[in-house]
Design a protein around this ligand. Structure first.
Ligand SMILES: C[S@@+](CC[C@H](N)C(=O)[O-])C[C@H]1O[C@@H](n2cnc3c(N)ncnc32)[C@H](O)[C@@H]1O
Length: 230
């Protein structure tokens, strides 16, 4: 896959607008029905995640970090709408099992509970999309760059959350490690962060306004980065 860019994402918004609008409504209702769920992904980054899965139709998706299931339900919604694909989630806790609706999980979801650092043997083969939103410390990032990324096929879409909360990546953070690792490989990640990439943030919001998409939560920080694995 080519590196993701603003024009590609804007095109995906237009291409999948109707389905995306339905998932936004579904996710709003999910939150209203599950008051115990603390959602983490902001609107645009959740929507881009959905759009990339729709466009590239991975057979196997890996999610590291489910928490209460907000990202899990977005990922599963894309696989449901594709009519194909399985999600393999990993987390130290299993709260997510109480929250993910059966109509989304049935036949397409499994959760491995435990520290990822002891769970590498359970990583599926031929992952087609990797989603990372777990421990945001630099040690954990160094661990997964060294041990998990080499298990992933080159050329797959990867997203890492909590990188650009501000204009720059925080020092001593997971994000700093990942951005440095990418820079060494000449990869500039895509971001729709309000602080780091304000022009892209505004451009995508114009597309969303034009399409009448108001977001499932109404949040706008979007610190996630997206890149094609070198
Ligand atoms: C920020 S939350 C994930 C939020 C979720 N993606 C969402 O959209 O709501 C981080 C999660 O990573 C999990 N986690 C942290 N370190 C981990 C590790 N070493 N192995 C597995 N899971 C881990 C935590 O238990 C927590 O549920």
């Amino acid at each position: 896959m080519e590196q993701v860019d603003e024009a590609t994402v804007a095109g995906l918004y237009r291409k999948y607008a109707t389905d995306l609008a339905a998932v936004i409504e579904q996710q709003r209702a999910f939150l209203a029905d599950h008051r115990q769920v603390t959602p983490q992904l902001d609107d645009i980054e959740a929507e881009i995640t959905y759009l990339l899965l729709r466009e590239y139709r991975p057979a196997t998706v890996m999610e590291l970090g489910t928490f209460h299931g907000w990202s899990t339900t977005w990922l599963l919604s894309a696989l449901r709408d594709n009519g194909t694909g399985r999600l393999h989630s990993f987390d130290k806790i299993d709260n997510v099992e109480r929250n993910v609706p059966a109509e989304l999980s049935a036949g397409r979801w499994s959760l491995v509970r435990g520290d990822m650092r002891t769970g590498l043997s359970q990583v599926p083969t031929e992952v087609g999309h990797l989603f990372v939103d777990a421990d945001h410390g630099r040690r954990f990032a160094r661990w997964y760059l060294e041990h998990l990324f080499p298990l992933m096929p080159a050329g797959i879409p990867v997203s890492v959350h909590d990188v650009f909360h501000g204009r720059r990546v925080r020092v001593w953070s997971e994000g700093a490690e990942v951005v440095a690792w990418l820079r060494e490989r000449d990869v500039r990640p895509f971001s729709a962060s309000r602080s780091h990439s304000p022009a892209t943030f505004r451009a995508l919001n114009r597309v969303r306004d034009e399409l009448g998409l108001t977001g499932a939560r109404g949040t706008g920080a979007n610190p996630m980065i997206f890149f094609t694995l070198p």
